[in-house]
Design a protein around this ligand. Sequence first.
Ligand code: SF4
Length: 195
Amino acid sequence: MQITRRGFLTLTGAVGGGVALSSLGLNLNPTKAYAEELGKMNRIKIAKQVTTICCYCSVGCGLVCSVDKATGKIFNIEGDADHPINEGSLCAKGAGFFDLTEANKHRLTKVLYRKPYGTEWEEKDWDFALSRMARLIKDTRDKGFVKKNAKGELVNRCENIGHYGSSNVDNEECWLISVKSRALGLVYIDHQARV
Ligand code: SF4
């Protein structure tokens, strides 16, 4: 399809009025993404800027949160260019921070449970989840607890449970999980960040 400059300007001007250029076979996705990015940049300029520190590791990168003054909600999180440690850069975990806010509609907010050999997820409450986890941990630990090793030395360890930390576990949670795991006698403790 051929289109004149005047026709193109008329059409692009009409986009705001709801005329779909895509009906002419033009891919508007990059244009829309650019327009959204420009809109976001304008919002960032007038937003309240709050600085904070990434909680995920001991590097301690600086972040800037943009807060919409009207709603009080964060709508963007990015690296703090003025921070001496990261100078604006973030690793993949820090860069994904915004997805942990309530703005991410895909976050899991309820306990979902699938019975052994089941195919459907059921919604449960936390009392159910905590009781079930405690029961399974206790039963498994009772079966696999090793009091003494082959040399007769006291080891008090649980060899049939491992703990693998999630990428969304922060410094304080990691500390708590390590203490809890060692108190149970676990020796197979690892974290996603090491992979
Ligand atoms: S952005 Fe990455 S490197 Fe920086 S503190 Fe967070 S987890 Fe650590």
